[in-house]
Ligand binder design. Structure first.
Ligand code: NAD
Length: 461
C-alpha cells in the first residue's frame, strides 16, 4: 500500500538520494491484520498517576509484553498525577531518556486529565501543557511512530480499555497528535449502560462477547458503501462481527452488491437526499430481522470544487444536500423521540474532514458541510446520551488514498499527501478502524468528539 514516492525512497537508490537531499522517507505503516497481537510491544509504562492500576490491568488483559526493553514498541506515561507545571519535568525525563529508542511504528501515549475537570488552576495549567508536549512529540517522531493524549475525567473509571487498545495498536496507524477525551459526557446525561463498564467486564457478563468480534450481534448501516472509504468501513464492521446494510445511489448498484455480498450483509440502493429516503430506510430497518439499527455511519459525501465566485448554485446545493442536510434529516429520524430508528445504546458516526476544520480554497461548500457535521455531533451528543444512552461522534480524515483524492491535481495532491507528520497519505482502512473504535461497546464515554485520522496533518492543526 506504499505510494510511488514511498516505493522509490524505500529502495537502495531512492533511499540514498533522499538521504543526500534531505527529503522525507515515509515509513511503510504497520496496519492491523486479524490474528496479529492486540497491542504493539514491549510497552514501557511510567508516571504513577491515578490510572496506573487500570492501565496495568488493561495491558495484562490484552496480553501485552511489558517492562524495560532496548527498543520499546510503546512508551506510556500516566500524567494524571501531575498537579503543577514544575512536575512536567518528570514527563520530560521519562521521554527524554527513551524517545530515541522507540521502535518503528511505535506508540507514545500519555494519559492525562481534561483541564476543565482538574481540581485547581495549577493542575489545569499542567494538564493543558501536556497537549502542546504531545503534539510536538508527534511532529518530532520518525519512522511511522505516533503520539497521542488520552484525557480521562476523574469520574470515568473503567473506561480506558477500548481507547488504550486502539491507540496502542496498529489500528491507529494514521492517528497522531490527537487529544481524545473520555468521560466528558455532560453530568446530567444517563451513562450508557452497556458501555459504562470496561469492555472486559462486558466480556465477563456476556461470555459470547470478545475483543475479536466486539460488534457481534450489532446491526450497522453505512452510507456511500459502494466504494472508497465506505466500502472499507463496511468490511471492517463486518470483520468485527456486525451485520451491515450497505447503502449507495442506484448508479452504484453493481459495486454495492459486490460489497454487500463480500460482507454477507445487504445492499440498499438509495439516494440519501431523496424525499423518500427516510421512509424507505425506516421501512427497511423496521423489518423484523433488522428491527432498528445499533450503528449508523454517515459516510456518503461528494465534492464540487470551485472558488466561491465561480461556484454555481447547483454546486453549492449538491454538496450541502448530500454531506450535511441528508445527514441532519436521517439523524432526526434516528432520534425521533416518538419512534427512534436508533436502538438503545446506539452509535452514530459522521464523516467530517480536516478541510472542515482548516478550510480549503475551492471548497467553501465542502468545508461548510464538513464543519457543520462537527457542529452536529457537538450539539446532539447530550441528547443522544440522554435519550438512548448512545453516542454521536465524527471522524475527520486527512488525505486518504481514494478516487476522491486521485481526482485532485498532481501538485496539490502530492502536497496534501506529504503535509503531515507521517509524510504519506492514509488508507481507507485507517478511517474504518477509527469508526470501528468509536462504535465498540467500550467506547461509550467518547461523545460529541471529532477524531482526526490525518497523520497529524498540518492543515487545521
Ligand atoms: P468516494 O467518492 O470514493 O465515495 C463516496 C460514496 O458516496 C460513493 O460510493 C457515492 O456513490 C456515495 N454517494 C454520493 N452521494 C450519495 C447519495 N446522495 N446517496 C447515497 N450515496 C451517495 O469518496 P471517499 O473518498 O470514499 O469519501 C468517503 C467520505 O469521506 C466522504 O464523506 C468524504 O467527504 C470523506 N472524506 C474523504 C477524504 C479522502 O481523502 N478521500 C478526506 C476527508 C473526508
Amino acid at each position: 500500500m506504499a505510494d510511488r514516492y514511498q516505493k522509490f525512497t524505500s529502495g537502495a537508490v531512492g533511499g540514498f538520494a533522499a538521504r543526500r537531499l534531505g527529503l522525507p522517507r515515509p515509513e511503510l505503516l504497520r496496519r492491523f491484520r486479524p490474528g496479529d497481537r492486540a497491542l504493539v510491544g514491549p510497552v514501557l509504562t511510567a508516571g504513577g498517576g491515578r490510572l496506573g492500576k487500570e492501565l496495568a490491568a488493561v495491558l495484562e488483559a490484552a496480553g501485552a509484553e511489558t517492562g524495560p526493553a532496548a527498543s520499546p514498541g510503546a512508551l506510556v506515561f500516566d500524567a494524571t498525577g501531575l498537579t503543577e507545571s514544575a512536575e512536567l519535568a518528570r514527563m520530560y525525563g521519562f521521554f527524554h531518556d527513551r524517545i530515541r529508542t522507540l521502535a518503528p511504528c511505535g506508540r507514545v501515549l500519555i494519559l492525562g486529565t481534561p483541564p476543565d475537570r482538574t481540581g485547581s488552576a495549577r493542575e489545569a495549567v499542567a494538564q493543558k501543557a501536556i497537549e502542546g508536549f504531545v503534539r510536538s512529540v508527534g511532529k518530532e517522531l520518525r519512522r511511522g511512530a505516533t503520539a497521542n493524549l488520552l484525557q480521562v475525567a476523574p469520574d470515568a473509571p473503567g473506561a480506558i480499555e477500548s481507547a488504550v487498545r486502539f491507540l496502542l495498536s496498529a489500528r491507529s496507524a494514521y492517528v497522531s497528535g490527537q487529544v481524545l477525551a473520555l468521560g466528558t459526557v455532560p453530568a446530567h446525561s444517563a451513562e450508557p449502560a452497556a458501555s459504562a463498564a470496561a469492555a472486559s467486564s462486558l466480556a465477563s457478563t456476556d461470555p459470547t462477547w470478545s475483543w475479536e468480534k466486539p460488534l457481534a450481534g450489532r446491526k450497522a448501516v453505512v452510507t456511500g458503501a459502494a466504494r472508497g472509504i465506505g466500502a472499507v468501513i463496511a468490511r471492517t464492521l463486518a470483520r468485527d462481527g456486525a451485520f451491515v446494510l450497505c447503502v449507495d445511489v442506484p448508479g452504484q448498484a453493481a459495486a454495492l452488491t459486490d460489497v454487500a455480498a463480500a460482507v454477507r450483509g445487504e445492499a440498499m440502493e438509495l439516494d440519501i437526499t431523496s424525499a423518500t429516503a427516510v421512509p424507505a430506510l425506516g421501512a427497511r430497518l423496521r423489518r423484523e430481522d433488522l428491527g432498528g439499527v445499533d450503528l449508523f455511519v454517515h459516510n456518503a459525501g461528494v465534492t464540487r470544487d470551485k472558488t466561491l465566485g465561480r461556484m454555481d448554485r447547483t454546486q453549492w446545493d449538491t454538496v450541502l444536500d448530500v454531506n450535511l442536510r441528508a445527514v441532519e434529516t436521517l439523524t432526526a429520524a434516528l432520534l425521533d423521540p416518538a419512534d427512534p430508528l436508533l436502538r438503545p445504546g446506539g452509535r452514530i458516526v459522521c464523516t467530517s474532514s480536516i478541510n472542515g476544520i482548516a478550510g480549503a480554497a475551492g471548497q467553501t461548500n465542502y468545508a461548510a458541510s464538513k464543519a457543520g457535521l462537527i457542529g452536529l455531533v457537538q450539539a446532539l451528543a447530550p441528547r443522544v446520551a440522554d435519550q438512548l444512552g448512545g453516542t454521536v461522534n465524527a471522524v475527520a480524515p486527512g488525505f486518504i488514498e481514494t478516487r476522491m483524492t486521485a481526482a485532485v491535481p498532481l501538485f496539490v495532491r502530492e502536497a496534501g499527501r506529504r503535509m503531515n507528520s507521517l509524510r504519506q497519505g492514509g488508507q481507507p482502512i485507517d478511517v474504518a478502524e477509527a469508526v470501528a473504535f468509536l462504535a465498540a461497546p467500550g467506547s461509550g464515554r467518547i461523545n460529541g468528539q471529532t477524531l482526526r485520522v490525518c497523520g497529524q496533518s498540518l492543515l487545521g492543526a
